[in-house]
Ligand binder design. Structure first.
Ligand code: AMP
Ligand code: ZN
Length: 137
């Protein structure tokens, strides 16, 4: 199976690495929304968010937060987006779970807001019930 992020982990592909420990690696996105746009990934190949073992998230999000501090303070960003695209429908293009940290600047001109939908009568409660009945702890 060909995976560009696994290749980065294995040093078969070059990357500007920012941080690495036993389980996690972070590097600059090659096509940034803004310079400094960074990625945090588990070193093990998991296709998306739901495939990652729950007990790895403490570590992953701790690295995401530390990296975000570095990006924001190092580049004097005015704000930041943290996001993860999962599934083709959501825009995922590399099928190895990852988190984007995107520094934002008052002047960068991006608008991440999309056209928002409205709930019909009673629909909000119906949708909440569907989600709640599918949550497994
Ligand atoms: P997504 O579209 O959410 O799956 O994000 C994948 C990201 O990986 C994109 O923003 C790409 O620019 C980035 N990317 C793809 N190949 C590389 C690479 N070799 N090094 C660094 N970033 C990459
Ligand atoms: Zn991979």
């Amino acid at each position: 199976m060909q995976c560009i992020f696994c290749d980065i982990v294995e040093r078969k592909e070059k990357a500007e690495i920012l941080f690495e420990d036993e389980n996690i690696i972070s590097f600059l996105d090659i096509n940034p929304f803004n310079v400094g746009h960074s990625l945090v990934i588990p070193k093990t190949h998991y296709e998306n968010f739901l495939d990652v073992p729950n007990d790895l998230f403490g570590e992953i999000f701790s690295v995401v937060q530390q990296l975000t501090k570095g990006v924001v303070h190092g580049l004097q960003a005015d704000g930041y987006n943290i996001l993860s695209n999962n599934g083709r429908a959501a825009g995922q293009s590399v099928f190895h779970c990852h988190f984007h940290i995107i520094p934002r600047f008052e002047t960068d001109g991006y608008k991440f807001k999309m056209d928002l939908k409205k709930y019909g009568n009673g629909e909000m409660n119906l949708i909440a019930e569907k989600i709640k009945s599918a949550i497994l702890f």
